[in-house]
Design a protein around this ligand. Structure first.
Ligand code: BEZ
Ligand code: FE
Length: 279
């Protein structure tokens, strides 16, 4: 294959993948090349713009480490994360909707008993979170594993505090025999995603703010049910309609009710979708 030009290059590249044994990989590579080339043709990509794109992705890679996942931020801010979640988490009405995972989850967070304070010294107004995990018929799900993580009152996750040597505002709990849970943490506040890197530069260049509305992250796993990765959002937040990562769903809004002693109460019921065949 020689003398390829702008009219013949795409099919030549696609032909290179024609012997891919994995049918799904072949489908993905073929479509990726087709769309990438169509994109370049559509915008009439210049060589300088191509180099700028390569430099941008290089910087995304360089700033990424085990505590900073700039590629997830890029996917989130381009709406790719929300699109992928929306396509793969179609649930029957009544089930709690999924939303973005984000880059701040950690495996092996500390285990807590029901009622304990997961803040572990994090600053913020005290908050009691309580509710239930149920199936679609309202049946309580016993011993569901609930991972929770959130920022502190500065809008920072524990992993964003240099030198902090313990988990704060994150933990793993289990529902009781009726599916109930309760724990203490701090009031969720709105915060900007890390925007001192290439994704932040992209947001600034396109006149977009980096803020997420206040929320609390949950991942809930129970035998016989699909794992649910979601947030609960504060229903009075100013960024609900402009979440930088497009994660807000109306059904995930809840009130953080201020109590007479200045603390807050959040109540929420999570409804899990039974695994295939259980509906
Ligand atoms: C988060 O909510 O933790 C998050 C989600 C997407 C990008 C950045 C942060
Ligand atoms: Fe978050």
């Amino acid at each position: 294959m020689r003398n390829l030009n702008q009219d013949t290059i795409t099919q030549a590249v696609i032909a290179r993948f024609s012997n891919t044994p994995d049918a799904r990989l072949k489908e993905i590579m073929t479509s990726l090349v087709q769309h990438l080339h169509d994109f370049a043709r559509e915008v009439k990509l210049t060589e300088t713009e191509w180099a700028t794109g390569i430099d941008f992705l290089t910087r995304v890679g360089h700033i990424t480490n085990e505590k900073r996942q700039e590629f997830i931020l890029l996917s989130d801010t381009l709406g790719l994360s929300t699109l992928t979640i929306a396509m793969n988490n179609d649930k029957p009405p009544g089930c709690t909707e999924a939303t973005v995972f984000g880059p701040f989850h950690l495996d092996n967070a500390p285990q807590y008993a029901l009622g304990e304070d997961i803040a572990n010294g994090a600053k913020g107004a005290p908050c009691l979170v309580r509710g239930r995990v149920t199936g679609p018929g309202g049946e309580g799900i016993a011993n569901a594993t609930m991972e929770v993580w959130q920022s502190d009152d500065e809008g920072l996750y524990d992993v964003q505090h240099p030198g902090l040597d313990r988990a704060q505002n994150r933990g793993v709990l289990h529902t009781d025999s009726q599916g109930h849970f309760h724990f203490r943490s701090t009031l969720a506040v709105a915060y900007p995603i890390p925007h001192d890197g290439p994704v932040g530069q992209m947001l600034a260049a396109t006149q977009n703010h980096p803020w997420r509305p206040a929320h609390l992250h949950f991942r809930i796993q129970a035998e016989g049910y699909e794992t649910l990765t979601t947030h609960v959002f504060r229903d009075d937040d100013r960024y609900l309609d402009s979440d930088v990562v497009f994660g807000v769903r109306q059904s995930l809004l809840a009130k953080w009710a201020k109590q007479s002693d200045g603390s807050y109460l959040l109540e929420y019921t999570f409804v899990l979708n039974p695994e295939n065949g259980r509906l």
